[in-house]
Design a protein around this ligand. Structure first.
Ligand code: CP
Length: 329
């Protein structure tokens, strides 16, 4: 047991081990490529215990006195607010910079200078940025841990971790599952990160997208190298009866240079109750959200619709990650 009500309440300093020997203490989280299967097992154990602790006591002082800087150059509802909630549930506090145009970024301050400024006031920085590699660049300059909260069309590692945690909490295991990823597989950073994490398990992957939004060749190549069976398709109907997890993504208008191209593909797939009529009774439907029409709201009452539960799992995973990089797990 890593956390318990007894040790949470027994000491104001919450001695969960020596932070100097905690393996993730002080480390940045930039890519899912950093994680082994053993690491994932550990993260999900801590996240599961965070879930139990929140359900039992709500808020506890594991990170009392610690400060998180939430630095978002792109819009966010879930990632920004779940990191805030995670930090506050653990007794810490947050500097929110969710609108960089009101910060000195608007005066032309560089990313390296911005993170070097924020780390003077905080213990960890969560960064979302429109450019691939921005978090890695920030980490080169920062002394404090940087957590990548999405770098352009690159990666969104904490989303992939929460996605995998959702699958484990909902389905009990990952091995043996057929996972179908659908929608914008070209620009969708969540599906890039998730595919890489899933490739650590014994799974089967289906990629369904319009012709112009297929999964990048680099990721298909990585999967092939690892011997992960995968196929690329245009239609969902033929594959849905064998699917255990259907992961739907939004076609991201903001990533298209030509809006006409977006208009051509935006409504290609719409998941409705009828779509699920031939699906397994225990299949789950996931979506990183926000959705813009690709899942009908009529589906929300179906117990297989896991996307709102998925958001909640995200807070527990982010609690675990914050505790780890701050040396408390
Ligand atoms: N899933 C996700 O990253 O959502 P936000 O863009 O709202 O943070």
């Amino acid at each position: 047991m890593i956390l318990s009500e007894k040790n949470i309440n027994s000491s104001p300093h919450l001695p969960f081990g020596d932070q100097r020997t905690a393996p993730w203490y002080g480390k940045s989280i930039l890519s899912v490529k950093q994680f082994s299967k053993q690491d994932l097992k550990y993260i999900f154990e801590v996240a599961h215990e965070m879930r139990e602790m929140v359900e039992r006591v709500g808020t506890f002082d594991l990170l009392k006195g610690k400060i998180l800087a939430n630095l978002f150059y792109e819009p966010s509802t879930r990632t920004a607010s779940s990191f805030t909630a995670a930090m506050e549930r653990l007794g810490g506090s947050v500097i929110p910079i969710n609108e960089v145009k009101y910060s000195s970024v608007a005066k032309g301050e560089s990313l390296p200078d911005t993170v070097r400024s924020l780390e003077c006031y905080s213990d960890v920085i969560v960064l979302r940025h429109p450019e691939v590699g921005a978090s890695a660049l920030a980490a080169q300059y920062a002394r404090k841990p940087i957590i990548n909260a999405g770098d352009g069309i690159g990666e969104h590692p904490t989303q992939a971790l929460l996605d995998l945690f959702t699958i484990i909490e909902e389905k009990g295991q990952v091995d043996g599952l057929t996972v179908t990823l659908l929608g914008d597989l070209k620009y969708g950073r969540t599906v890039h990160s998730l595919s890489r994490l899933l490739s650590l398990y014994n799974i089967r992957l289906n990629f369904i997208s319009p012709e112009i939004l297929t999964m990048p060749r680099e990721i298909i190549g990585e999967l092939d190298q690892k011997g992960i069976p995968s196929q690329e398709l245009r239609m969902l109907e033929e594959i849905i009866p064998e699917t255990d997890v259907l992961y739907v993504t939004r076609v991201q208008k903001e990533r298209f240079e030509d809006t006409k191209e977006y208009e051509k593909v935006k409504g290609t797939y719409i998941i409705t109750p009828e779509t699920l009529s031939v699906a397994k009774k225990d299949m789950i439907v996931m979506h990183p959200l926000p959705r813009v029409g690709e899942i009908s709201m009529d589906l929300d009452v179906d117990p297989r619709a896991a996307y709102f539960r998925q958001m909640e799992y995200g807070m527990y995973v982010r609690m675990a990650l914050l505790a780890m990089v701050l040396g408390k797990a």
